[in-house]
Ligand binder design. Structure first.
Ligand code: PMP
Length: 385
């Protein structure tokens, strides 16, 4: 058998798999990986059932079924004022993961640099590397995780091809503000640098704050691929249906790659989502998850974990640096101990830094039934005893 030379020699089993396996082995409550432990709205299931029995089972058009592209364009226009032509500037993808991979593939040439903010979602770097690009990191630090725009400016070189932003941000649960986007806009002005904006948690923003979509900022939108995912919005992470928005010239290149990666994605789900999207369910999503966040924070009082602000997403990070018994442990050791001894699985934030930078912070996912949240909280309170 010929031996294969890995293009991703440093990629192994992800921490998400490791922690989920450990949670299953030990019977821990799994607040590690980010997905709901409850089902989606039965109405959405009825809609897909209807699509499946209405002869909607052949290839969808390459860019997506027109009714869904139109519903998305309408929603983006009404929420953010951004105008995208459904037929040429909206593409339905197999999850945000594929949209990110496709956008990176059509931009990045060998030797190009892409600026990332770490802690960083784990799919960006391998996608850059597989295309011969070089990730360049700007580090966000606890407890604020604010971007340092002067540092970003200093990281730009003639080889910088793109910057990837993510707000609401996984794993820190922080938001980019208007002034962040204005600072970014000033940096990118008169450059040939593209922007990829991962907005998969766009509807999960708390405490009355506003999601600063790139679609609100014409100066940024003209050079941007904006990506969102129905998995997060409608509690169907397993469906892997998402979309990308971009101006026509960028989308043409995106589609050249898209058509040879997947050509098109699951048609019946697209019809079901088109109908469901029109019903405005996304408007209730922020409150739904804010209630879960508050339940988790309230019921873990006294655990000794210091919670960092969760402004959006369905994550909250906690610092254990103030618990004398555990402060000396690395975040990976702490996450393992928490799973084995306390019975709650979480994700160490060092997993999101390329060099394992460790500030004694771990991430919990509260997209769970209230009973799961309460049971995890009861266990976490044992930490401090
Ligand atoms: N980006 C971020 C920030 C995410 O958290 C996720 C899902 N965990 C994705 C992209 C991928 O989304 P999808 O499941 O639609 O591929």
């Amino acid at each position: 058998m010929p031996s294969i030379t890995s293009k991703l020699p440093l990629v192994g089993t992800t921490i998400f798999t490791t922690m989920s396996v450990l949670a299953a082995e030990t019977g821990a409550v799994n607040l590690g990986q980010g997905f709901p432990d409850f089902d989606c709205d039965p109405e959405l299931l009825e809609l897909i059932q209807l699509a499946l029995t209405s002869e909607k089972n052949q290839y969808a058009p390459m860019g997506g079924v027109p009714v869904l592209c139109e519903a998305i364009a309408q929603q983006v226009a009404s929420l953010y004022g951004g105008r995208y032509a459904p037929a040429s500037e909206v593409t339905i993808t197999a999850g945000a993961t594929q949209a990110l991979f496709t956008a990176i593939s059509c931009l990045v040439q060998p030797g190009d640099e892409v600026i990332l903010f770490e802690p960083v979602y784990d799919s960006y770097e391998p996608a850059i590397r597989l295309n011969g690009g070089i990730p360049v990191y700007s580090r966000l630090r606890a407890p604020d995780y604010r971007p340092d725009w002067d540092e970003v400016r200093s990281l730009i070189t003639p080889r910088t091809r793109a910057i990837i932003i993510n707000s609401p941000h996984n794993p820190t649960a922080r938001l980019l503000t208007r002034s962040d986007l204005e600072a970014l806009s000033a940096i990118l002005k008169n450059t040939d640098i593209f922007l990829i904006s991962d907005e998969v948690y766009e509807h999960i923003v708390y405490d009355g704050q506003r999601h600063e979509s790139v679609c609100r900022y014409p100066d940024l939108a003209e050079r941007a691929f904006v990506i969102s995912s129905f998995g997060k919005t409608f509690h169907v992470t397993g469906w892997k249906i998402a979309y990308c928005l971009a101006p026509k010239a960028l989308m043409q290149e995106f589609r050249k790659a898209h058509q040879f990666m997947v050509f098109c994605v699951h048609a019946p789900s697209q019809y079901a989502l088109a109908e469901y999207l029109g019903q405005q369910h996304h408007l209730a999503l922020a409150q739904f998850y804010q209630d879960k966040r508050d339940l988790f924070l309230w019921s873990t009082q006294g655990s000794g974990l210091h919670w960092l602000p969760s402004e959006g997403t369905y994550f909250v990070s906690g610092s254990y640096a103030g618990i004398p018994e555990y402060a000396h442990l690395s975040d990976r050791e702490f996450a393992e101990l928490l799973t084995r001894k306390i019975g709650v699985a979480c994700i160490p934030l060092s997993a999101f830094y390329h060099d394992g930078f460790d500030e004694r912070v771990v991430r919990f996912c509260f997209a769970k039934k209230d009973s799961t949240v309460i049971s995890a909280a009861e266990r976490l309170k044992k930490l401090w005893r």
